[in-house]
Design a protein around this ligand. Structure first.
Ligand code: F0G
Length: 364
């Protein structure tokens, strides 16, 4: 028997749990199967007896969790005979839509807010050859336009209001249960449009309700903790907000589309929403990269920032097993990373043995 099993993406892995027909042409880039990494240094640093795992979604093919939803949404769009997909995006969805569209041989249109897309996301979307429509307005305005345009042009929406996006993204919860043997006690994640918290909750519920298929899995479900940026926190305000602002541009959203689903996840799991300042988010991003060697984008760090605050206050008690989703790769937003490290910028020295020796010995 071969020791090698070729991984071909999450649709093949979880086919039995996805609404996918036998004959569908699967559009995949090998997404999913991302590492669940236990933090080794940060729990010691904060002096708390907790187990924290990060689900590193930045290692998906286009560098974010969006690929999980996009493999399903584009597979379905192609099966339904669609020749073009469209989305509004703060950057990651546009990169994923663009990649899966070109893989499928169809067209992608992406509406992005001018000047508010991280550099890496723009570079990817350009390279995948999507039709970029830059608008003079934010994500929420783009989303409203996308919902209107489908009555005027033959395009399939691949934002997370497309139910197949949620179906694909729920597989992250399956992977976590497969890895840990059970659900964690707490699941922390950043919330923008609120599709992902909806998807995880659906995934946890589905997996834990089919225990005859997986006898080792109990009916345990995690408490869902959703974290937003303070300047873009409709779930904390309890109402939609206009003009959201945050350095974490991925979650610069004031009118989340999965509003009711997300509140349902909060209620059913006895969870909560909370907000973090931009400073707290960036501090968590730096803490994670500087102490664990794991580089995520700013929006992703909201999950860890929130978890650490709630561990500190005891809201998340000691002894807990916590999973934080790191939704996107740190390389997505090099500008914010470099800006954050401006005080540690490297100095240039002479290209001589003496100068290099001095530079090392001065620091040791
Ligand atoms: N983290 C990252 C890195 C994201 O790109 C997003 C959403 C979220 C978290 C929030 O997830 O919307 O399901 O609550 N990005 C979307 C986009 C809006 O267009 O790329 P959510």
């Amino acid at each position: 028997m071969s020791m090698h099993q070729h991984y071909t993406g999450l649709i093949e892995r979880y086919r039995a749990r996805l609404p996918i027909s036998e004959s569908a042409r699967v559009i995949s880039l090998g997404e999913g199967n991302t590492p669940l990494i236990e933090l080794q240094n940060i729990p010691k640093l904060i002096g708390k007896d907790v187990t924290i795992y990060v689900k590193y979604e930045g290692l998906n093919p286009t560098g974010s969790f969006k690929d999980r939803g996009m493999t399903m949404a584009v597979t379905k769009a192609v099966e339904d005979g669609s020749h073009a997909i469209i989305c509004a995006s703060t950057g990651n969805t546009s990169a994923a839509a663009a990649a899966y569209a070109v893989r499928a041989g169809i067209k992608a249109f992406v509406l992005i807010p001018e000047g508010k897309i991280a550099l890496g996301k723009l570079a990817q979307t350009l390279m995948y050859g999507a039709q970029i429509i830059q608008i003079n307005g934010n994500f929420d305005r783009g989303m409203a336009l996308v919902k209107e345009i489908v009555d005027h042009a033959p395009v399939t929406i691949v934002n997370s209001i497309n139910p197949f996006r949620i179906e694909g993204q729920k597989t992250a919860a399956f992977e976590i249960i497969d890895a840990l043997g059970d659900a964690p006690d707490y699941h922390c994640l950043p919330v923008g449009n609120a599709g992902n918290i909806t998807a995880y909750w659906q995934g946890y519920k589905e997996y834990s309700s089919t225990i005859d298929a997986l006898p080792q899995v109990t009916a345990k479900r995690p408490v869902m903790c959703g974290y937003q940026a303070a300047g873009a926190a409709p779930f904390i305000a309890g109402k939609m907000i206009d003009n959201p602002e945050t350095v974490a541009t991925a979650i610069r959203i004031g009118h989340p589309q999965s509003w009711d689903f997300a509140w349902n996840a909060q209620r059913e799991s006895n969870g909560w929403f909370d907000s973090l300042t931009d400073e707290e988010i960036l501090a968590a991003q730096k803490l994670l990269s500087g102490h664990e060697g794991i580089f995520c984008e700013p929006a992703s760090a909201a999950s860890l920032a929130g978890a650490l605050r709630d561990i500190g206050t005891g809201k998340i008690p000691e002894g807990s097993k916590i999973v934080c989703t790191l939704t996107g790769n740190g390389l997505k937003d090099p500008d914010t990373a470099i800006e954050q490290c401006k005080n540690t910028h490297p100095v240039t020295i002479a290209a001589t043995l003496d100068a290099v020796k001095k530079a090392i010995l001065d620091t040791l």
